[in-house]
Design a protein around this ligand. Structure first.
Ligand code: UFG
Length: 333
């Protein structure tokens, strides 16, 4: 039985979709640390069973609206944090149907289950890819939607659906547009384990470990060293942004979209230099052609998140971020 004192301190239950993935699992970890009760829905098609406590894992596909309603009936939730989606930009250009079905139809099925169950708050995993090739940086949230891949388009479509659900159903949501998620919680057991891996930092580690050179996608961009510039944001700072967005909604706050990045850009060459410094080895690399759809520079303005949700990143140095990723990599070898 709950005592009055427990009621005063107990925090609500949150449903996390995609909680077996890299960013989702970090966020589940932080939610639990902050005293929330958490239930996870993941179909394990891309996530990892070992990232989630089996007691809170429901292996359910987002397409299965009835099963989602069942989870929400057995575990009444105050809000949903929705990560579950496919994330590979290149794959989305080869099999767009997979991306529209899973990311858009899956989200719609989840939203339908939420409405049927009376859950009216969602924090949504969006992406810098909604901006496509922006004309200037830093990128502000009111820049136009201009995705250049089905992946980016699928996230735009869900953001738009959320806009309609806000005005027509009173379902409040915050879309968090991630820049380059990286690193791992120090001392933790979760890290980047994509299959196939396409992200720069884990691929640079692989090059260090195997001696097989990393291919640097283009060194003729109009940037100081010719390589692409990105905003690398530590995954734990990203997780923190979800908690702040959630608490904003739980406190009755309105819907919106926020960039989640540090506001500082680093080139591919700078990332390689950070990997060299952290591993104490030279990353072998070769310059190759540009990768289709890569903008020269993507750097967030994170001012809105800082101003409105009082977010401030713990990790501001690229070297520290890379060090946490290397710690995870070294532990799992
Ligand atoms: N890169 C290489 N060689 C590689 C891999 C990457 O040179 O083997 C370069 C890319 O060209 C890019 C940078 O490293 O300039 C970072 O590439 P990632 O693939 O790690 O990340 P992206 O910036 O392409 O993608 C990230 C997210 C996507 C999101 C996108 C928003 O992973 O989910 O930002 O634009 F859509």
């Amino acid at each position: 039985m709950l005592l009055q004192s427990d009621l005063a301190t107990s925090k609500p239950t949150i449903l996390v979709t995609g909680g077996a993935g890299y960013i989702g699992a970090h966020t589940v970890h932080l939610l639990l640390q902050r005293g929330y009760e958490v239930q996870v829905v993941d179909n394990l098609s891309r996530g990892h069973r070992h990232n989630v406590d089996p007691a809170r894992l429901h292996v359910v596909d987002l397409a299965d609206t009835e099963a989602l309603c069942g989870v929400l009936a057995r575990h009444p939730c105050e809000a949903v944090i929705h990560f579950a989606a496919y994330i590979a930009v290149g794959e989305s250009t080869r099999v767009p149907e997979l991306y529209f079905r899973n990311n858009v139809c899956g989200s719609l099925s989840l939203l339908t289950a939420m409405l049927r169950s009376g859950v009216k708050r969602m924090v949504f995993s969006s992406t810098a890819a909604v901006y496509g090739m922006p004309a200037r940086v830093p990128i502000l949230e009111d820049f136009p939607y201009a995705p250049v891949s089905p992946y980016g388009e699928s996230k735009v479509m869900v953001e738009k659906i959320l806009g309609w659900f806000d005005s027509l159903h009173g379902l409040r949501s915050i879309s968090l547009r991630y820049f380059n998620a990286s690193g791992a919680e120090p001392g933790g057991t979760i890290g980047e384990e994509h299959d196939p891996e396409t992200h720069l930092i884990p691929l640079a580690f692989r090059a260090v470990e195997t001696g097989q050179p990393l291919t640097l996608f283009g060194d003729d961009y109009p940037t100081p060293d010719g390589t692409c510039i990105r905003d690398y944001i530590h995954v734990s700072d990203l997780a923190e942004a979800h908690i702040l967005a959630l608490e904003h909604l739980l406190a009755g706050g309105g819907s919106g979209a926020f960039n989640v990045g540090t506001g500082t850009g680093h080139s591919v060459r700078e990332v390689i230099a950070a990997v060299d410094a952290v591993t104490g080895r030279k990353t072998p690399w070769v310059a190759g052609p540009r990768r289709e759809g890569d903008p020269a520079e993507l750097v967030a303005s994170a001012d809105k998140l800082k101003r409105m949700l009082h977010w401030s990143p713990r990790f501001t140095s690229l070297r520290d971020i890379v060090a946490t990723a290397w710690e995870f990599e070294s532990r799992r070898r």
